[in-house]
Design a protein around this ligand. Sequence first.
Ligand SMILES: C[S@@+](CC[C@H](N)C(=O)[O-])C[C@H]1O[C@@H](n2cnc3c(N)ncnc32)[C@H](O)[C@@H]1O
Length: 287
Amino acid sequence: MSDVPRLAREIFDAAPWAGADRATLGVAERVPSMLLPIERQYYVWLAEHWALGVGEIVDLGAFVGGSAACLAQGVARAGRATRVHLYDRFTVNDLAKEKLLYPHGVAPFEGEDALPLVRDLLAPWQASVHLHPGDLTDQVWHGAPVEVLVVDIAKSTALADFVAAQWFGALIPERSVVVQQDFLHDLQPWLAAQMELFADFFLPLAHVGRDSISYLCLRRPTPAEIAQRRLGACDDARLIGLVRQAAERLAPFGIAPRIEAMAALLEAHPSCRSAQELRRASGRGWG
Ligand SMILES: C[S@@+](CC[C@H](N)C(=O)[O-])C[C@H]1O[C@@H](n2cnc3c(N)ncnc32)[C@H](O)[C@@H]1O
């Protein structure tokens, strides 16, 4: 094996994004986002310092563009022309408007269509951003190499399998970073199971903020290898076992108890395969 995985671990262990001047965010800071401030700094750093421009950047689950604005800001700071692709339905309901948009300076608007707002918010980076509105499962990736893949959309096993089928085969070995933004969100335990199915292909790199885990692609899976690793083919026991395996593998990050708790939640509600089902089954509100 080359030195790249070891060197990558050294770089990510030092968390250089944490010491970055917040001013590097620039106007990206003004775009509403569900990300924490440290996660925004990480996204800028990834696009500016880790990415070399040898592949495109993909943001799956872009909401109104906050995550993509940080990625595009990093691209702009690096002086590159890398394309940043945003995938989302780009719709917002009244609750999201009240909680996430209006308190951050967005003027009240009628209806659920967020596309005009997203275009407006991302105007500073219009040369690099490409919007792909609609349901993710209606989208087809054109096949170009992907250097940074941000996943904040895999809210069900079916969506997680779709992401792997469309994008894992476009990753660049020993270069591409996959950010599983909601990895430690306990209502999405299948993300841990999925990365365990693909354990031979990825090296865990970093735990950033509260829930986000990043991986370095070590080897590009073939379409057959991806098809053999479908969450949809796992029964309840296999899925729970994989989550427990992930707890062991990721113990060096100090997150094993959180992953164990995710396995326990799935064990209590074994047939759930989406965050919505797990939320309902476990009696959670919408907070
Ligand atoms: C957690 S939010 C993303 C937050 C975002 N990265 C940010 O910086 O604020 C998840 C997003 O996934 C989108 N989403 C969920 N399922 C989807 C689907 N099947 N197709 C398209 N978008 C979807 C939602 O519209 C939502 O904006």
